[in-house]
Ligand binder design. Structure first.
Ligand SMILES: *Cc1c(COP(=O)(O)O)cnc(C)c1O
Length: 414
């Protein structure tokens, strides 16, 4: 792969070329599926390629984004925070103001609309922390579709408010009771459920990963973040930002932010969770400490043991603790176009409290990782600007934060 082949060309050329027809971003991606599921994924791929280009689909999605989701979300200049740190200016793309409080609805509404055009009656997914389940249950309610959400029993107990939200929205929460009873088992159970009824149902993944065509579908629906942000930032300042950054869990808010800036002379940074530090099991920084491998039907960087089994992961942000990362990130990493940096729990929590106090915005702990990198950058650069995608709001996190970090005094009395 030529380094920076696309760095000064229209990104439209890039998205036409990647992924390839068989779902590859260079050597990453693909579709490692049990034979029984191959027809189901082929059907989704074919339907998406035909439906997503129709003007009816595009105009309906546009109307949903405007009238139901509240898009475009604004870009906001953090004047007080920037001044506190130095001369570099920090801007936020406010995905926390998207309906339901995070970016996940961007692809869930797209997947729901695709299901409707395909004549499906049900949406099926798994969820870990429950954020994807809530976003998908919202989409199902909007489109009048049934919704089955598979969730490990351990996660159901931990995430009671999200389970309640899903049920209020009319979703069917199916407890998964085998193995460790968390996300990995829920993924397997959701695939099994889907295999039984794919004629009437569609599987909806929670991030820009999984077997082809999901990394592409989710990227395409999330690209609205970067498309809007680029135009809004240029309207506000007359310039492009020097740096664009976003947090990377599975990689959906980040890929959606990054791609529209790919052809610009802009530094792009993905921020991974370093948790408690670099020891095995203490973090979920797949790019920094992983190696190429296959999990959940796709190839990418994977935190794995010598037998290729995924290693345990941890982050203070439950939406970031996944042992792999979307395959397009692996590709952009190896190409050298996107840089991946790490932020630990402590630095993320400092950013959480700083944004709350200086700007009156309580960010999700996931988003606080991206923000922490921007703060680090602003402290070490005397000029320029950095645009951060604030993937979600922090209301969901406050009980956990108070219990573990209080209300932030210790970060301000150093
Ligand atoms: C789920 C989630 C993330 C991580 O998911 P990506 O696919 O990496 O974007 C980040 N922020 C928030 C608020 C989330 O809910």
């Amino acid at each position: 792969m030529e380094i920076n082949k696309y760095s000064h060309r229209d990104y439209n050329n890039y998205i036409k070329e990647f992924p390839s027809k068989d779902g590859r971003f260079g050597k990453y991606g693909g579709a490692y599926l049990p034979p029984e599921l191959i027809p189901a994924f082929k059907e989704i791929d074919y339907a998406y390629e035909t439906i997503c280009h129709s003007s009816k689909f595009i105009s309906e999605l546009r109307r949903i984004r405007k009238e139901f989701q509240g898009r475009p979300t604004p870009v906001y200049h953090c004047e007080r925070l920037s001044q506190e740190l130095g001369k570099c200016q920090i801007y936020l793309k406010r995905e926390d103001l998207n309906h339901t409080g995070a970016h996940k609805l961007n692809h869930c509404m797209g997947e729901g609309l695709l299901a409707k055009y395909m004549g499906k009656k049900k949406l099926i997914a798994e969820t870990g922390a429950g954020q994807h389940g809530v976003a998908l249950a919202t989409a199902a309610a909007y489109f009048g579709l049934e919704c089955d959400i598979y969730m490990g029993e351990v996660d159901i107990a931990k995430q009671a408010p999200n389970v309640t939200r899903m049920k209020i929205l009319g979703a069917n929460v199916i407890p998964v009771t085998h193995g460790l009873k968390t996300l990995k088992e829920a993924v397997d159970a959701a695939f099994e459920g889907y295999m039984k009824e794919y004629h009437d149902a569609i599987y909806c993944i929670g991030s820009a990963l999984g077997p082809h065509p999901f990394p592409k579908i989710v990227r395409d629906f999330q690209m609205i973040i970067g498309i809007e942000a680029r135009e809004q930032f240029m309207d506000m300042t007359g310039l492009l930002p020097d740096v664009v950054c976003a947090c990377v869990g599975g990689g959906s808010n980040s890929i959606g932010t990054f791609i529209p800036f790919l052809a610009d002379p802009v530094e792009i940074v993905g921020v991974e969770p370093l948790g408690k530090g670099p020891n095995v099991g203490d973090h979920a920084a797949s790019m920094a400490y992983g190696s190429p491998g296959v999990l959940h039907g796709f190839e990418s960087y994977l935190l794995q043991d010598e037998n290729g089994e995924p290693l345990p992961v941890y982050s203070v942000a439950s939406g970031l603790d996944y042992p792999s990362v979307g395959p397009e990130h692996a590709f952009l990493h190896d190409m050298g176009r996107v840089k991946y940096e790490q932020v630990d729990d402590e630095e993320a929590m400092e950013a959480f409290f700083l944004l709350s106090r200086k700007e009156g915005i309580i960010p999700a702990i996931e988003s606080s990782h991206a923000l922490a990198y921007a703060i680090r950058y602003a402290r070490t650069h005397d000029t320029g600007s950095i645009l951060v995608t604030l993937s979600g709001r922090g209301d969901k996190d406050i009980d956990y934060v108070v219990e573990n970090y209080g209300t932030g005094e210790r970060f301000f009395n150093k």
